[in-house]
Design a protein around this ligand. Structure first.
Ligand code: SF4
Ligand code: SF4
Length: 470
């Protein structure tokens, strides 16, 4: 490749005036073609079928996946995650974010092109549109035609089907927060609570508007990921790229093959199939969601004109400029992301396998730090909260260690009974004779010891006992 050609490729990545974004003034009617990446897109989209099915699975006596907000519990199969274990959610969010960064560093916006619910739902909506109103040329003609019974019929059927998908989406989202079967009964009998109607309405509205009307505009203007992708990709990132050196100078097919220098016959099929209206020949652009539809389109043209496939292909800047590409696992970004990813996975696995059956919190009362009783003894007050995360009733005895001669005062002696998946807050008063206190501040431990014969639970919590200065 000549130096001049290399400079031209570089310019396409940096020259902002090449960028073109359809700001919503025109509706993009992308042509649908079969091909390798279209098939991948269908496979990826079919994973979303599980989204519609999962709320109906049961585990033990509850829904297998349930965000039980009123009871502040998250059920995942037989696991119950409590607010105290919410740190795992932070790790999960880090895991998801880093996975997204790592995938973007390797292959650009694969998430957008294949998995994002906005693009997947839009693809489903436009597939229906294609079936009802015809191909892009027929759709444009229909849009421009005056209203007739036929036009009205097609539009009504299309919007009804879009609404049906939106309703199914809205109810399914809501079903992750309440019993899915009961929700359907309540919806069908119009007995659902107000909060359920509001949640369903919210998701129905935004599914219908985003996937039916705004489509690629959501990616352009609402999604922050599109804005920050430029800092996640580098020269090693493989993106759908037009091979400028091979394609240019572009020109219509001519019978005199000798006059045709580049492989691009300027058929514009790659633009016609693009769901975001991008002309990939103008270089990497913000609107490109790396769906690969232009690759399928161009490959089909190359087959027809008997030229090798890959005029548009997944390629990195390094590859196009003739440099060798380092192996994926030797790239600094990928190494960094992988380390964070592995740490997050290890943290989540540790968290899930070490969820304590009982959570204990002890707060030492600060106002006042201690009280001198009429008999001269020193009293400290503690607020205790015990959470039983198991489905069994548990009974514990409370001990204090680190303070010999302490007297415990509680509502029911030193016995605590925790109902299944129940929480109990209570106060504990510790009293000491001043003569036995060796220090102003003594480190102590609250210990809950199970009285159930079947388990040997022992939960410890650190605190302090404070007395007057000695
Ligand atoms: S330019 Fe190609 S890869 Fe990018 S969004 Fe359009 S069709 Fe998809
Ligand atoms: S589909 Fe291929 S040949 Fe046709 S305009 Fe696009 S790059 Fe050129």
């Amino acid at each position: 490749m000549s130096e001049q050609e290399q400079k031209e490729i570089e310019a396409l990545y940096t020259d902002a005036h090449h960028w073109h974004i359809n700001a919503g003034a025109e509706t993009i009617h992308a042509k649908r073609l079969s091909g390798r990446f279209r098939t991948y897109k269908w496979y990826a989209a079919s994973l979303w079928i599980s989204f519609f099915i999962l709320p109906y699975f049961r585990s033990e006596d509850h829904q297998a996946i349930l965000f039980d907000i009123p009871n502040r519990q998250f059920h995942l199969g037989s696991l119950t995650i409590w607010p105290q274990d919410i740190w795992m959610l932070s790790l999960l969010l880090i895991l998801l974010a880093i996975t997204l960064f790592a995938v973007t560093a390797i292959a650009g916006r694969v998430w957008c092109g294949y998995f994002c619910l906005q693009t997947v739902w839009t693809d489903a909506f436009t597939w229906l549109e294609d079936k009802i109103e015809g191909n892009p040329i027929q759709r444009r003609k229909l849009d421009a035609a005056p209203w007739s019974l036929q036009k009205l019929g097609k539009k009504v059927i299309k919007h009804l089907l879009w609404l049906l998908i939106s309703i199914a989406t809205g109810v399914t989202f809501t079903a992750y927060f309440t019993d899915a079967y009961q929700l359907w009964i309540d919806v069908v009998t119009l007995q659902a609570p107000l909060i359920a109607w509001v949640t369903i309405g919210f998701f129905v509205f935004f599914t219908y508007v985003f996937a039916g009307f705004m489509r690629e505009q959501v990616c352009f203007w609402l999604c922050p990921y599109a804005r920050i992708q430029s800092v996640m990709v580098d020269k090693d990132t493989e993106l759908p790229t037009y091979d400028l050196a091979r394609g240019e100078p572009r020109g219509k097919m001519r019978h005199n093959a000798g006059a045709q220098k580049g492989d691009c016959i300027d058929c514009r099929l790659c633009v016609g199939v693009c769901p975001t209206g991008v002309d990939i020949r103008e270089g990497m652009q913000e609107g490109c969601i790396t769906c690969g539809m232009c690759i399928d389109a161009c490959d089909s043209i190359m087959d027809k004109v008997k030229r090798p496939r890959g005029l548009i292909r997944y390629a990195s800047r390094k590859e196009l400029s003739g440099e060798s590409l380092p192996p994926v696992l030797k790239r600094p970004r990928v190494i960094t992301y992988s380390v964070v990813l592995l740490l997050s996975i290890a943290g989540i696995i540790y968290g899930l396998t070490h969820i304590p059956p009982v959570e204990l919190s002890v707060v030492h009362e600060r106002q006042p730090l201690f009280t001198q009783m009429s008999d001269g003894s020193i009293q400290n007050r503690y607020t205790i909260k015990a959470v039983n995360k198991t489905p069994q009733r548990l009974t514990f005895r409370l001990h204090i260690t680190g303070l010999d001669g302490v007297n415990i005062k509680m509502p029911d002696g030193d016995i605590i009974t925790l109902q299944p998946e129940g929480t109990i807050p209570f106060h504990v008063f510790l009293r000491m004779k001043p003569a036995l206190l060796k220090k102003k501040k003594t480190k102590i431990r609250f210990i809950l010891e199970s009285m159930n014969a079947t388990d040997k639970l022992k939960i410890k919590k650190r605190s302090v006992f404070i007395g007057p200065a000695t």
